[in-house]
Ligand binder design. Structure first.
Ligand code: MN
Length: 217
């Protein structure tokens, strides 16, 4: 089954003024779409991969046949990462998390303010293209990490619940080189109720192969 390019649940201008409509349109309809197409092209001749979800493939990236592994890592990562990215941001969002995820953030980082400082620092200091993440680790605790290019935490056994794209294509049209301003604006579009659902699902899965990882079952 081909990886589905997801439908965006809000309009391109819905995240203004924090993320501009032109960036959203290019990012979703060009960058993300291309990752999905190239991911599907890479797994087209591999029925054993095509049977798995995108997340499951990334979770067992070391078992992906070597002839397509780099293409899957880059384009599968690009496809899956962006699908999650659109899912955890939205209009009329921002503020602070509530409920279990808020408690887990407090427990892991001390306070929401300290979480924010650490997440922003990871996003700021990711050198070159990549992502900063809030993930659930194998011990069931939240942690912050960053990855280069389109690498996924799933490939190191961690389940993402929040992510920020710090590739220049995510902010350059509006913010040019001012990545820090983009990161600060990003907090206004985080859909914490969705993050809370992802956290609950990851917790309920009990272990990080809840995504269908073939390497840890
Ligand atoms: Mn991107």
């Amino acid at each position: 089954m081909a990886y589905q390019f997801p439908i965006l649940k809000y309009s391109y201008d819905a995240l203004e003024p924090f993320i501009d409509a032109r960036t959203m349109e290019t990012h979703y309809s060009k960058h993300h779409k291309t990752y999905c197409e190239r991911f599907n092209a890479a797994i087209a001749g591999k029925p054993e991969l095509a049977a798995l979800s995108g997340e499951a493939i990334l979770a067992c990236i070391d078992k992906v046949p070597e002839d397509v592994r780099a293409a899957v890592r880059n384009n599968g990562g690009g496809a899956v990462n962006h699908s999650l990215f659109w899912d955890v941001i939205g209009p009329k969002a921002g503020g602070e998390p509530q409920g279990a995820v808020a408690e887990a953030i407090k427990s892991a980082f001390g306070s929401f303010a300290e979480f924010k400082a650490k997440f922003s620092d990871a996003a700021t200091t990711q050198f070159g293209s990549g992502w900063a993440w809030l993930v659930l680790n194998k011990e069931g605790k939240l942690e912050i990490m960053k990855t280069a290019n389109q690498d996924s935490p799933l490939s190191v056994g961690k389940v993402p619940v929040l992510l920020i794209d710090v590739w220049e294509h995510a902010y350059y049209l509006k913010y040019q080189n001012r990545r820090v301003e983009y990161i600060e604006a990003f907090y206004n579009v985080i859909n914490w109720s969705r993050v809370g659902e992802l956290y609950a699902a990851a917790k309920a899965a009990g272990k990080t192969c809840g995504t269908g990882c073939c390497s840890c079952s």
